[in-house]
Design a protein around this ligand. Sequence first.
Ligand code: PLP
Length: 390
Amino acid sequence: MKAIYLDYNATSPLRPEVRRTLTAFLDGEAWGNPSSLHALGRRARATVEEVRAGILKTLGDPKGDLLFTSGGTEADNFAVSGVVRALQGRGNHLVISSVEHSAVLQAAQALQEEGFRVTQVPVDSEGRVDPREVKEAITPRTLLVSVMHANNEVGTIQPIREIAQAARERQVLFHTDAVQSFGKVPLDVREVEADLVSLSAHKIGGPKGAGALYVRQGVRIRPLLRGGPHERNLRAGTEGVLGIIGLGAAARSALVGQRDGEPERIRGLRDRLEEGLLRQVPGAVRNGHATQRVPNTLNVSFPGCDGETLLMALDLAGVCVSTGSACSSGSTEPSHVLVAMGLPEERIRGSIRFSLGWDTAEEEIDEALERVPRVVKRVRLPRPPSADSQ
Ligand code: PLP
């Protein structure tokens, strides 16, 4: 039985173009240390700078800065704690949303333990932040607003342009975690007026352990890692050239995909999956926004099911999915995103995330629509007998 992989928000298989680029690099003559002054080093440096310029152009700000990191988690930590520490004397407060990834939530929590104040802005039942609430949360002591672009669990897209505007009006910096939106929906940092943006390679067909933080020109940030002059003295450590090249290749492929209708193709498959599941499984409901949602993500609650049990049964049936975010699976805590959306406990318990990507095929969705309803029927907990049936 062929496995159907519907867990792209956890990670994605390498795109063939990325594999080819990485192989060519490994077989080539650019393996030097980008900091070395000799020809091999200069070649590696040129490769790194080419990727930097390419991604900045894709983001719409060739004059901005892009600091390569070990992934989205480091980029988020860097943004949150780096900005707050750089501006420390001017205030002591930050504003985040209640549905942020744990990389932002826990970075904020760590600052809170040191005495900073953190306000978590709530979301509505579809997972959207109201920009007016962000505006109201900002005080003269606020240093940073951080609200993600697209949520990893339900896919809801936040009105980041309006949120950034609210921050700008009060002269507060705005960071967005674009790990789940980059390459899936257009993002122009100038149009949004974002000051900092987190990216990751492995959600869009690139390698794991590679990411970047976009920083608008003039924004002050303090390094997390020290030990050398790399990345303009802001992120010490020999550059992970292989990962950087993989990030660049994945970003290029995703961009080509966007021009060639890849997101529309994925959206079509996702909608077919959604429509089929809601039709075939009695009581199944979608979690997240109907339209303001990244095209690859579908979160469904199967009432009467336990998400973990269902996930394991689906795995045995050859369907790879997730309950909540992969980073928090293994813990039995209910999803903080679904809790923040105010969903009833039963709906949270029976929720499953399906996420599609560049290699998802139509036949896989057809097959998933055969397998999932069958498995749900099997693992559904028997309903307690109602009073009138006794
Ligand atoms: N931010 C979001 C929204 C994510 O979904 C993830 C990964 O699941 C991360 C950050 C962390 O990215 P990485 O796995 O590259 O550290």
